[in-house]
Design a protein around this ligand. Structure first.
Ligand code: FPP
Length: 237
């Protein structure tokens, strides 16, 4: 069974830091290291698309200092890591409503997502100020506008057309969604794109997530039978 697209809710940075009596931002810094290890693990496993939930539309309500530090960490990580990632064949992309970020950060994101000139091995989508419901409603808005302008007919709207207006188009939908940190929920991350995803929840706090655990999850994914509504007999025929 092919594993092309992995999405991850990277939860548990704050608790990881609290257990060490350190500020929450220390957990985010260590979380950035786990991001690097996960990119490496994806490349080794021939995963072609990785989508990470870095900052949700709801995260703005965190203490101002934490939000500020997270923004600084994003800026620093982008500047520091992008050249090396590009050398490794990682194409960066950002999904979410980027307009709420500072001009400087928007510019860094634009620069980092320019097309790479090495052979592409992984597309890394970073979801920032992202919400699955936002993604669906922005697709609806564009569709409604085009229908109003007479560019499309309402009857022509089906799942395939709708999907082409969502943020990750034209990338394939998600095969495997992982959430670290012990909670069993989707928290308004990708919604449309996980209709048939396998879901995997682990107690591991994000900064402790590493390649052996990623490989274990890939093995578990390979043992699962994805039926897409069919019967086991049909799949194995
Ligand atoms: C959730 O942990 C994590 C976040 C809100 C931020 C994710 C950011 C990183 C992993 C930093 C680096 C990322 C990139 C792409 C450079 P939490 O704070 O909600 O943890 P808690 O549930 O234990 O409080």
């Amino acid at each position: 069974m092919s594993l092309r697209h992995v999405a991850i809710i990277m939860d548990g940075n704050g608790r990881w830091a609290a257990r060490r009596k350190r500020p929450r931002t220390f957990g985010h810094q260590r979380g950035a290291r786990a991001v690097k290890k996960t990119i490496e693990a994806c490349i080794r496993n021939d995963v072609a698309y990785l989508t990470l939930f870095a900052f949700s539309s709801e995260n703005w309500s965190r203490p101002e200092q934490e939000v500020q530090k997270l923004m600084q960490l994003f800026m620093r990580s982008l500047k520091k890591e992008t050249p090396e990632l590009q050398k490794q064949g990682v194409q960066l992309a950002f999904i979410g409503d980027l307009s709420r970020f500072s001009e400087a950060l928007q510019e860094s994101m634009r620069k980092a997502s320019e097309p790479i000139n090495t052979e592409q091995r992984l597309i890394l989508n970073i979801a920032v100020n992202y919400g699955g419901q936002w993604d669906i409603s922005q697709a609806c808005r564009k569709l409604a506008q085009e229908a109003k302008d007479g560019l499309i007919q309402p009857e022509s709207i089906d799942e395939e057309l709708f999907q082409s207006y969502t943020s990750l188009h034209p990338q394939p939908v998600v095969d495997l969604m992982i959430r670290t940190g012990g909670e069993h929920r989707i928290s308004n991350f990708l919604l449309w794109q996980i209709a048939y995803s396998e879901l995997y929840f682990t107690e591991t706090l994000w900064p402790d997530f590493d390649m052996p655990e990623f490989n274990e999850i890939v093995n578990a994914f390979n043992r699962r039978e994805r039926r897409f509504g069919q019967t086991s007999e049909q799949i194995n025929a």
